[in-house]
Design a protein around this ligand. Sequence first.
Ligand code: FMN
Length: 180
Amino acid sequence: MNHPLRILAISGSLRQSSSNTTLMNAIIGLAPHSMTFTTYTSLNDLPHFNPDLDTDNGPLSVQHLRTQLDGADGVLICSPEYGNGVPGALKNALDWIVSSGEFVNKPTAVITASPSPMGGNYANASLLLTLEMINAQVSQQMSLTIPHIALKLSKDGTITDLTLKQHLKSILHALQQACY
Ligand SMILES: Cc1cc2nc3c(=O)[nH]c(=O)nc-3n(C[C@H](O)[C@H](O)[C@H](O)COP(=O)(O)O)c2cc1C
């Protein structure tokens, strides 16, 4: 590949001061120059998935998501867990991609962070199941659950836990390798 890798970064949280969005930006800060990132900021603009609207000329916000994914070599997802599952807004976005196929063979890193001791493990597993169903390229090396996120990431986005920092760098490395 003779261009810098283009990674689309998606936070599953709509919250203004989301720890997952902060984490996502911190991860972007750890990445090598050979990886460039676009953050997807329109999760809240997508209509609820409706197969009746799932056409080539569907809603503009859906076309925009598909175009962004189509132009990406890989994807980084950072998401919370709600009610032992994937946040509805993020699942909704993935549902819009089932038929259009932009995730096919797309290397995708899946990170869930939570203040709980479980690190959003149900949401992480569920995201992997959905991404596998739409033939994204996922792997253990590119997925991580992060418990007790508030103890490891400061509000200004500094990763204070050095083991976590190292782990995130290895996920970036795995994502980079998977994109080539
Ligand atoms: C309605 C609701 C349900 C939640 N359910 C879970 C859950 O099932 N598992 C979990 O680890 N955290 C759960 N949480 C806590 C979230 O992990 C926490 O609010 C987190 O900060 C959200 O991520 P964000 O900071 O990126 O927005 C829940 C929070 C809310 C408000």
